[in-house]
Design a protein around this ligand. Structure first.
Ligand code: AMP
Ligand code: GLY
Length: 426
């Protein structure tokens, strides 16, 4: 079958790499893609939110499955758009309906959903201009630190952790009165700070049953030792060494199952990936966020550890047959290290020439911000440029392998964290 992936990051390259290996895949397209996806698929110059162009493309190229990599198209309602369109309704879109995507698109929606369905999460209050005075009082009485979250999508920047009450009040003012994140911060979720260790759990669901995918942990700060600015993610590992059977059983019964049942009870159509951002506090899992898609760079360690045919799994989602499948997980550990451009995450310098080093067995070089320029040279084209993934018998060996390859040097001013996975190595 012909398949279209939407996006241009390392996550989409990892999806393309995996799908290209499927016995069911004939032609594979990535819109808009990057220099790496061009190696295993055909790049298409099309915006992920241009549904009109997508309709024409899907019809002309006999597309039979669409996989949106990021949240943008999903939050904009690609699932509903396809279903309502005579030319497209036979094409499964792997993801939630527009309403389901609100689990990521609106923190307030997600919090209400969690409370309603008794899914463990941090205590919170929702604040708008209407209850600003109540909100300020709540802030003053909250213990420190205080977590403020813009309700809507804010390019990953909408969560601010404040260490004093003054800072929290200023931030609340900036978000609500000064529209710091535009419309996205007209509503703010103020949340209790949870102190623990984070991990990501992913499932693929047909809305009724789920397949739990390999666990992962990402590293969001730009610098070693989790210092510096927040980024889209500087590296990831899979599996998570502390995700014991006992912990995963709790995650399953206290978080995953109530989420799926909640979606059913609320009649929210959801046929795709759910990303549970968890905080483990004293051995107990709490949900700090839902995303309606896979993580980036987590996908770059999760996909290489799945041995099933991904197209088969996605078709099972479309046909409500995911219960017929069991996940086959590669027993090796994976580590991915992000090579970022100088200046990332604020002002990344782009246009540097890239030399792709040779990858050995169990080493995969995923592309994110890469492109071929007018002189036919591969150059950096974004903040996160390459994700260097390595698999090995254990996490320590996988880390060393990824770092050794990264150290060979891919572009002049590459930056990467040397401590991905170090905190959880046994
Ligand atoms: P989010 O955009 O919701 O993933 O939040 C970004 C980051 O903020 C998370 O990855 C956590 O590190 C942190 N965070 C969010 N909510 C909380 C919370 N309630 N307690 C502690 N840290 C949090
Ligand atoms: N790695 C974090 C995310 O994809 O949201």
């Amino acid at each position: 079958m012909n398949i279209l992936i939407l996006g241009s990051g390392g996550r989409e390259h990892a999806f393309a790499w995996k799908i290209a290996q499927s016995k069911w895949c004939d032609k594979l397209f990535v819109a808009p893609g990057n220099a790496g996806t061009a190696d295993c698929a055909t790049n298409v110059n099309m915006k992920v939110s241009d549904f009109t162009a997508m309709e024409k493309f899907c019809v002309e190229n006999k597309i039979e499955l669409v996989l949106p990599g990021g949240e943008e198209a999903l939050v904009k309602g690609i699932y509903d758009y396809f279903l309502a369109n005579e030319n497209l309704k036979h094409i499964p879109v792997i993801g939630p309906s527009k309403l389901g995507a609100e689990l990521e698109g609106s923190k307030s929606f997600a919090k209400k959903f969690m409370v309603k369905h008794k899914i463990p999460t941090a205590a919170y209050l929702e604040i708008t201009k209407q209850n600003l005075e109540e909100g300020k009082k709540y802030l003053q009485q909250s213990s420190l630190p205080i977590v403020l979250k813009a309700d809507g999508l804010a390019a990953g920047k909408g969560v601010v952790i404040c260490n004093s009450h003054e800072e929290a009040l200023q931030e609340l003012h900036a978000m609500i009165n000064d529209a710091k994140f535009g419309e996205a911060s007209a509503k703010v979720v103020v949340e209790q700070f949870l102190s623990g260790i984070e991990m990501s759990v992913f499932v693929l669901t047909d809305g009724k049953n789920t397949l739990i995918l390999p666990t992962a942990k990402d590293y969001k700060r730009v610098g070693d030792g989790d210092t510096g600015l927040n980024t889209g993610g500087m590296g990831a590992i899979s599996p998570v060494p502390f995700a014991t059977k006992e912990l995963m059983q709790k995650v399953k019964t206290q978080i995953i199952e109530p989420t799926i049942l909640g979606l059913q009870k609320d009649e929210i159509v959801y046929k795709g990936f759910i990303y549970f951002g968890l905080m483990i506090v004293g051995g107990e899992p709490f949900t700090i966020e839902y995303n309606c898609r896979m993580g980036d760079p987590e996908t770059e360690v999760v996909m290489p550890r799945i041995e099933n045919d991904l197209v088969e799994l996605m078709m099972a989602v479309a046909l409500n047959k995911i219960e017929d499948f069991t996940l086959i997980e590669n027993q090796k550990a994976a580590c991915t290290v992000v090579l970022a451009a100088k200046g990332y995450p604020t002002d990344a310098e782009i246009g540097e020439e890239i030399i792709i080093q040779k990858a050995e067995a169990d080493e995969i070089i995923f592309h994110a911000g890469t492109k071929i320029n007018a002189q036919n040279k591969m150059v950096t084209a974004g903040g996160r440029v390459l994700m260097i993934t390595a698999l090995e018998k254990d996490l320590n060996l996988a880390r060393n392998k990824a770092i050794t390859l990264a150290n060979k040097g891919f572009f002049k001013h590459q930056l990467f964290r040397k401590d991905i996975g170090q905190d959880v190595c046994e």
